[in-house]
Ligand binder design. Structure first.
Ligand code: HEC
Length: 109
């Protein structure tokens, strides 16, 4: 009986620890080797991609890092759907996303 209770408590605590695992800390320097795949679209003011439809490419510089990180996670998970961003986000690790978020949030708008 004691053992089961303890087991449940440990299980709940582990769940809490997982739920609260902080996002990896982003490193803007490290992102510089990763942005080559983003600048093609996000680097050009007012740029629009033509495939598969014409899309307006949003400005991502100067946004909150947490917003950028969450947006990339959402593309990866499919919660946000956009064919090109989804493909890109799927190739990124959590650390890549944190680095990119740190980099873009520190760039001037
Ligand atoms: C093929 C062109 C293309 C490339 C390459 C690209 N993006 Fe995007 N990105 C887009 C488009 C178009 C959108 C808007 C999609 C939508 O409407 O959801 C977008 C949206 C985003 C958003 C959400 C912005 C917002 O305001 O909600 C983030 C963050 C982002 N991209 C980051 C990146 C990063 C980081 C890279 C490089 C790893 C990258 N993108 C590469 C075209 C691109």
């Amino acid at each position: 009986m004691m053992k089961t209770t303890l087991g449940i408590i440990l299980f709940v605590l582990a769940g809490l620890a997982l739920a609260q695992a902080p996002a990896p800390v982003g490193n803007a320097e490290a992102a510089k080797s990763k942005i080559s795949m983003c600048v093609g679209c996000h680097g050009i003011p007012d740029y629009k991609t033509a495939y598969p439809h014409v899309y307006h490419v949003p400005m991502i510089t100067g946004q909150q890092p947490v917003y950028l990180f969450n947006a990339l996670q959402a593309y990866k998970s499919g919660a946000r759907s956009h064919p090109s961003m989804r493909g890109i986000a799927q190739s990124l690790s959590d650390q890549d996303m944190a680095d990119l978020a740190a980099y873009y949030s520190s760039e001037p708008k």
